[in-house]
Design a protein around this ligand. Sequence first.
Ligand code: ZN
Length: 145
Amino acid sequence: MSGLESLYQELILDHAKNRRGFGLAGSDADATSHQRNPICGDEITVRVRMEGDRVASLTWEGAGCSISQASASMLAELAAEGLDRTGAERLIEGFREAMRSKGTLELDEEEFGDATALSGVSKYTARVKCAMLSWVAFEDALRRS
Ligand code: ZN
């Protein structure tokens, strides 16, 4: 394992253990979305609150494998930095493109922060759904909000 790969591994484990944005706080959300990945048994509910065009908060709850949990935590961290609707949609699209790239596209650290650590997941088709789950939930919640 290269230095970078072990750093990524550590980031994934850290996020899976200390899940950022975990807990569906309050009842003032604009939209929630529940998504399941039956292949792996992951379940995630994302709750989004909008303030005008801005994503004011993204919280989530769920259970599943380290990749699904870490990915949701990384997404929550990104959302906490402040996103507008267009920026969020672009982020989701960029993440999906990288996850479908079978290892040919690396996520850009400037844009994706800790989620960059998930770049390698795209080489393992069976795990792509795990990484995508919270992002799909976020996309769905955005559409409903
Ligand atoms: Zn999984």
